[in-house]
Each structure stands twice: as structure tokens, then as C-alpha cells.
Write a protein that binds this ligand. Structure first.
Ligand code: EZ4
Ligand code: CO
Length: 455
């Protein structure tokens, strides 16, 4: 190899260091290698720059924050999702006021460098607001790279490893037979895996159910006002007594074949969590989700000592490092980070690779409160990594699809993306304007005595 293709020559090195010293982008303009910054640019592709970052806040059915990154190549742009349920405007402001100015003029193809720059380079690293903003940018950049290459993102990630992403949907009800009916309906629709949640008797509102169980009074109840959070009641006793009976009922009525999951939503303390995992063993769950608060990773050791129920955790994590001890100690079986809240595809690839080494599988978060670009990113990663486990999914209503078209498709139990270049999603900015942001919160929860409980 000549010295010109064997890494940056001295002249380029000087250009690079001076650009960096000036706080400029890693690309220091044209070089002997063709202006590609850290490495040679593929033949035939001219240098690219980010020219504009548009932040679109819209409420087609619910609030979404989209990031549209425009480039110096006419018509070439990428769309990412930066929605953080209940904190949408904080992310939009971070993007508009703090992050967008850092991106203008940079090479959108340097995805890893931009991720490092926004994550580590800002000093104030991690956190849900920051990492949701980074995810929005990251998804838009992968979208651009795919469009430029003429390939779907999963091809850029190494190509297909499976025919589709095994998917699960939610079933819930006010009593066991309503849940049973909901699981039946999901199975009839083609689902092989179903998450089951039931309203807990005596509790006002239960996570994952429609909330018909609400009564009008309990200590600590906050009067409902428009646009303020609802308050639910949670007591571990009734919850712990009810959930094993739900799964006993479901196995009795539905048999062993359907895969059942359950989300505890970080509500329990360590010994209660261990008890639930233990008592659910006979019903062979696919996994039991988010038993503990994200702060209490060490308590997973206690659960493991008491149960062989497969465990999933991670939708509140914001970085690779949040996942490390659970993966490297094999304290969980499924890592379920939210690609929209850990920094996007770039972060998810690192999590997946770490998990692969410890036989932990992926189960990325896939609720309605992240937008179609993140759902698409989930599937591009799912179908290209070796250690995919299962994918949570939702069916978006027509009003959402009008504003944010495209995205993965469900068929026969699996989610899939087609071969559209990039992520395969878009934003209709004109349609987005019809749906103004509406302040909305997630619910909160309190105990019977009025004290705060994790929701
Ligand atoms: O409560 O995404 O597994 N799914 C979940 C979700 C979360 C919401 C919070 O914004 O736990 O329903
Ligand atoms: Co969950």
C-alpha cells in the first residue's frame, strides 16, 4: 500500500488536528483520501455535510418528537425519533438549542464519531433527556447512510440473521377471564408470544390495564385536572397474591404452547421480586420484566438465588454502562433497552455485542410512546444480530401513520422491514402541523398511606 492509502499522511494529520483544535468537525475538508475524515471515502461519493436539523413536535394521537437532518446533497435527509413520554419538550429544546448547532457542517456519515461527541464530548453525559436526543440524531444519521448506500439499515449492520423478529403484544383485562379472552384474540391474530397484565382487586388503576378498576378515593389521591398526571394506587400484597393466580388460570385454560410474559414495571422491592419470580416458576414465563428499579441492579443477585424464571430488564437504562453488571454477571436473560433512550442504533449494537458474549438476548422496548422510526430501528437491529430474543410491538393508528409513514409490518407472529433504503420511515411535516403538542404525563403511583410508590 502506498503511504497515501495507509492512514492519514502527515499533511492530513496536520489538517485534522487543526480542525479539531478549532472545535470543528472531524472532516477537515478535501484530503488526498477524498475528504473522508477518519478514512478513505468510497469512490464515487462526494463529501457530505449536515445543513439543517429540524425538530418536529406533533401529536397525531399522542405526542412525538421527530428529528429531520438535511444534508448538502439535494433531497438527501434522514428522519429520527426523539420522543420521551411526558418530557417531549425538554428533548426538543435540548436538540434545538444545544445539539443542532453542534451538527451543522459535520459529515453525517461519521455516525460513531458524532455519537461519541454528543455522549462523551458534552461532559454532562447520559440521562434520559440527553440520550433520547442523541438517539433521534443517531437514527436520522443511519437513515441517511442507508439512503446514500441504497440499502436498508439492516444490510449495513451485517445483513439478515433471521426471517423476522418474533414479536409480542399486550393482553390485559379487569379479571382473569378478560385477560384469557385478550390472549385468545392475540393468538388468533398470529401472535406466538403475549404479555398478560390484570387489574389488581382493590387497587385504583393497575399498570398495563385499562384502568376500569379505579375507585374514587384513597389516601393521597390527587384530584384529576386536565393535563396533570393521574395517581394510581399500588400495594405489593394484593399484587403478589394475584399475579401467580393469573398465570395458573392462563396455563389451565390456554395450555403450554403460547409464550406468556409479564411486566412488573419496577414496582417491587428485592425480596418481593424474588418471591414473585419463584412463585411464577410452574407457569414457565418467556420472561418476567423489570422486577426492580434501575438503581437496584445488585438485588438481581438475590432473585437469581431463588428462581429460574427468565428475567428481562432495561427499558429505563440510558447507556451501555447501565447494562454492564446485569449482563456480565448473567443476572438477566433479556436486555430490553429502549433504542430511543440509550442513544439509538449505535448504542444498541454495543449492548447487543456485550450481551452476545454472555448469552443474554435482546428484547428492545417497543411501546406506543416511541415513534415508528425507533420501532423500525428495533427491527433492523433484531434481524441482523445473532442474539435477538423477542420484540415488543404496537399497531400504530392511521392518524400516526399519516404523519409518520412507513415502519415495520407484522405478519404471522413476526415483525419485518422491507428493503427500502435507510430505516424505511418518514415524516410528513405538513400533516404534523395539524396536530399541536398537548401536555401529557405518565401516571404516578402512591401507597395506601399516601406515600410515593414507583409507577
Ligand atoms: O410504561 O413506555 O414494556 N413496556 C412498558 C411501557 C412503559 C412506557 C413508559 O413511557 O413498560 O408501557
Ligand atoms: Co415494561
Amino acid at each position: 500500500m502506498s503511504k497515501h492509502t495507509n492512514g492519514p499522511g502527515r499533511r492530513n494529520f496536520l489538517k485534522l488536528t487543526s480542525a479539531v483544535a478549532l472545535g470543528g468537525p472531524l472532516v477537515a475538508g478535501e484530503t488526498e483520501m477524498g475528504g473522508g475524515g477518519a478514512g478513505p471515502r468510497p469512490r464515487g461519493l462526494s463529501p457530505l455535510k449536515i445543513t439543517d436539523v429540524r425538530v418536529i413536535v406533533t401529536c397525531p394521537g399522542r405526542n412525538y418528537v421527530l428529528v429531520k437532518i438535511l444534508t448538502s446533497e439535494p433531497g438527501l435527509y434522514g428522519v429520527g425519533d426523539a420522543t420521551l413520554n411526558g418530557r417531549e419538550l425538554a428533548v426538543a429544546t435540548a436538540l434545538e438549542k444545544h445539539i443542532a448547532p453542534l451538527l451543522i457542517g459535520r459529515d453525517p456519515e461519521q455516525i460513531e464519531d458524532i455519537y461519541q461527541y454528543l455522549y462523551r464530548g458534552s461532559y454532562w453525559r447520559s440521562g434520559p433527556v440527553q440520550m433520547t436526543a442523541v438517539a433521534g440524531v443517531d437514527l436520522a444519521l443511519w437513515d441517511i447512510k442507508g439512503k446514500r448506500a441504497g440499502m436498508p439499515v439492516y444490510q449495513l449492520l451485517g445483513g439478515r440473521t433471521r426471517i423476522g423478529a418474533l414479536a409480542y403484544t399486550h393482553a390485559s383485562g379487569n379479571d382473569f377471564s378478560e385477560v384469557e379472552d385478550a390472549v385468545h384474540r392475540a393468538v388468533a391474530r398470529g401472535f406466538k408470544c403475549v404479555r398478560a397484565q390484570v387489574a389488581i382487586p382493590g387497587m385504583e388503576g393497575t399498570y398495563g390495564t385499562s384502568g376500569k378498576q379505579r375507585s374514587e378515593e384513597h389516601a393521597g389521591r390527587v384530584a384529576q385536572q386536565a393535563g396533570l398526571p393521574e395517581t394510581e394506587l399500588f400495594e405489593p400484597g394484593p399484587y403478589l397474591r394475584t399475579v401467580p393466580k393469573l398465570f395458573e388460570h392462563l396455563r389451565l385454560k390456554l395450555g403450554d404452547e403460547v409464550e406468556l410474559l409479564h411486566d412488573t414495571h419496577e414496582k417491587l422491592g428485592p425480596i418481593d421480586a424474588a418471591r414473585l419470580a419463584h412463585e411464577l416458576e410452574p407457569y414457565h414465563l418467556f420472561f418476567l420484566e423489570d422486577l426492580l428499579r434501575p438503581e437496584h441492579k445488585e438485588s438481581f443477585r438475590l432473585i437469581r438465588q431463588h428462581s429460574t424464571t427468565p428475567l428481562a430488564m432495561g427499558e429505563l437504562f440510558n447507556s451501555l454502562w447501565d447494562c454492564v453488571p446485569l449482563i456480565t454477571e448473567q443476572l438477566i436473560d433479556y436486555i430490553r433497552c429502549d433504542l430511543g433512550h440509550i442513544g439509538g442504533i449505535t448504542a444498541a449494537r454495543k449492548v447487543a455485542a456485550l450481551a452476545e458474549a454472555f448469552q443474554v438476548k435482546s428484547a428492545w422496548h417497543g411501546p406506543a410512546d416511541i415513534g415508528p422510526p425507533t420501532h423500525a430501528a428495533n427491527i433492523h437491529v433484531d434481524i441482523s444480530i445473532p442474539n435477538f430474543g423477542v420484540q415488543e410491538m404496537v399497531f400504530f393508528p392511521d392518524v400516526t401513520r399519516e404523519v409518520i409513514p412507513g415502519g415495520p409490518v407484522f405478519k404471522d407472529g413476526y415483525m419485518n422491514v422491507d428493503d427500502a433504503p435507510g430505516l424505511g420511515t418518514d415524516v410528513n411535516e405538513e400533516a404534523a402541523k395539524k396536530y399541536a403538542y398537548q401536555r401529557a404525563y405518565l401516571p404516578t403511583a402512591r401507597r395506601k398511606d399516601g406515600s410515593v410508590q414507583d409507577w
